[in-house]
Design a protein around this ligand. Structure first.
Ligand code: AMP
Length: 474
């Protein structure tokens, strides 16, 4: 029982997702399809859309990419003026259609569909409790506990029931809820994951990132505030402070890696701007004699530009990325991942030959990618020196709030010194950005979660979860 529990815990923590919703537009499902397409980088395992015409909720979901799943025929089966959608990515173990969201359930107050970005840290405990009380779960997704808690609540109104459920869960959640006649958007009290509201053609739209607004031509209005619940229905938009928001803990990794550079998140801050600032700060902290700065595309691109600018070095595209393969992380097996770097990146010999090259990437997780890249730049590209620069601090702790990171044991920096990592990746030099340097690049630095770099987790864990964390300390 205990092992099973442990497995479930570590399977269920790995989720990255994007959510999108529309209220008040005759082409709600089509707009959601476009929104999800713009958010594809947040999850590539499966996607789903639920729509409503005010009477009934319709659902279409499947494994795969948004553009492949939503054919004309499928979209025609999603009528109505409101819709929510979800992109999902999770590692092996819970990768199946039953976990693809939105999750839909019928209960005494009608049908609800939910789309959740983030991870709950007390889902296992809640699930156990709910199962003891007789709940039957359809999936092994954390998010399903929200449905059961809402259904089990004793309050009369749906709003009160949902507020009760939100009070029971702990962790990160940017959540969209669709009912027959209304759309609800909620953000956890720490605001870990982004969630923004916009307007389009008289309709309201909600999205994980504003790049989804840009695609459909929507105008960004504001973020859903931490702890805020926004209810949109025939009476308009109602804002309720559903949860007490004491401390903010916006995920700094959204800026470093996860969000798209063209998005404006956490109060309308442009991701590209921050990434360039990280690169400039990195150059100030770890300048080196070199001929050229190159990015690891695409994630290292803005930071490499910032680095080159600050260091006064030429910038070039010494690595070319093949975009027709998914992120290396998607491959579940270590053997495939090794291969993955080669099918994804190719060095440009003309640019690199005999050069002293600074290579900028956003992060090192296991070290596999950097090792391959350094080897490739030296052996295939013919570079004379390879200096690796990372635009974030050492990744020492797993994320429990919705970024896919492996267990602590697999994070190379959790058990190795920078010099040991340099040797492992065979670079001539290696430098990471300092935590202080990172903090200096964002406004209001105390409003962020830096747990993956500091092991200082802002949302406290239930007892058992803490034990699991210690178990994975090296
Ligand atoms: P690794 O080979 O494990 O060190 O992976 C490092 C590479 O993975 C870097 O190029 C990062 O851009 C990328 N990366 C970092 N975090 C993630 C994540 N959560 N999901 C997918 N890729 C990531």
């Amino acid at each position: 029982m205990e092992t099973q529990h442990t497995n479930r815990l570590f399977y269920s923590i790995h989720e990255e997702c994007g959510v999108f919703g529309v209220y008040g537009h005759p082409e709600a499902a089509n707009l959601t399809y476009l929104g999800l397409h713009a958010l594809q980088h947040r999850g590539q395992e499966g996607a789903g859309i639920c729509s409503s015409d005010g009477k009934q909720i319709y659902t279409e979901k499947a494994m795969g990419l948004v553009a492949d799943i939503f054919t004309d025929r499928r979209l025609k089966r999603l009528p109505g003026y409101m819709a929510i959608g979800h992109n999902r990515y999770s590692t092996a173990g819970s990768s199946s259609l039953k976990n693809v969201q939105p999750l839909v359930a019928n209960f005494s107050l009608g049908t609800i569909a939910i789309a959740h970005n983030g991870n709950l840290i007390n889902a296992d405990q809640l699930r156990e409790r709910l199962e003891e009380e007789g709940a039957i779960f359809q999936s092994n997704s954390d998010s399903e506990v929200i449905i059961h808690l809402t259904a089990h609540a004793r309050h009369d109104s749906f709003k009160q029931r949902l507020i009760y459920a939100l009070g029971e869960i702990s962790g990160a959640f940017s959540l969209l809820v669709l009912r027959e006649k209304e759309l609800i958007a909620v953000r956890d009290p720490y605001g870990v994951r982004p969630l923004s509201i916009g307007r389009f053609d008289g309709a309201y739209v909600v999205a994980s990132e504003t790049c989804a607004f840009d695609l459909i031509g929507a105008e960004y209005i504001r973020d859903v505030e931490p702890g805020e619940m926004i209810i949109i229905n025939e009476h308009g938009l109602e804002s309720v402070q559903a949860l007490n928001s004491k401390k903010r803990a916006f995920c700094i990794f959204e800026f470093i890696y996860f969000a798209r550079p063209d998005s404006y998140i956490f109060g309308g801050i442009n991701v590209n701007e921050i990434r360039k600032a990280l690169g400039r700060q990195l150059a100030r902290e770890s300048r080196i004699e070199a001929d050229l700065v190159i990015p690891v595309p695409d994630s290292g691109m803005p930071a490499a530009l910032g680095y080159a600018e600050e260091a006064g070095l030429p910038f070039d595209l010494g690595l070319i990325r093949n975009h027709y393969v998914g992120r290396t992380f998607i491959e579940p097996k270590q053997s495939i991942r090794h291969f993955g770097v080669k099918i994804k990146l190719n060095p440009v010999r003309n640019i690199l030959r005999n050069k002293r090259v600074v290579v900028v990437d956003d992060s090192i997780v296991r070290g596999t990618t950097s090792k391959k890249i350094v080897k490739m730049i030296r052996e295939v590209g013919g570079a004379r020196e390879v200096h690796m620069r990372i635009s974030s601090p050492c990744t020492v702790g797993p994320c429990f709030y919705g970024i896919d990171t492996p267990t602590r044991r697999e994070l190379i920096a959790s058990s190795h010194l920078v010099e040991e990592i340099r040797k492992y990746i065979t670079a001539d030099s290696l430098s990471y950005l300092s935590v202080e340097g990172l903090r200096s690049c964002v406004p209001n630095p105390d409003d962020y979660c830096y747990a993956c770099f500091t092991n200082d987790y802002p949302i406290s864990f239930p007892g058992e979860h803490l034990q699991q964390m210690e178990l994975f300390m090296v």
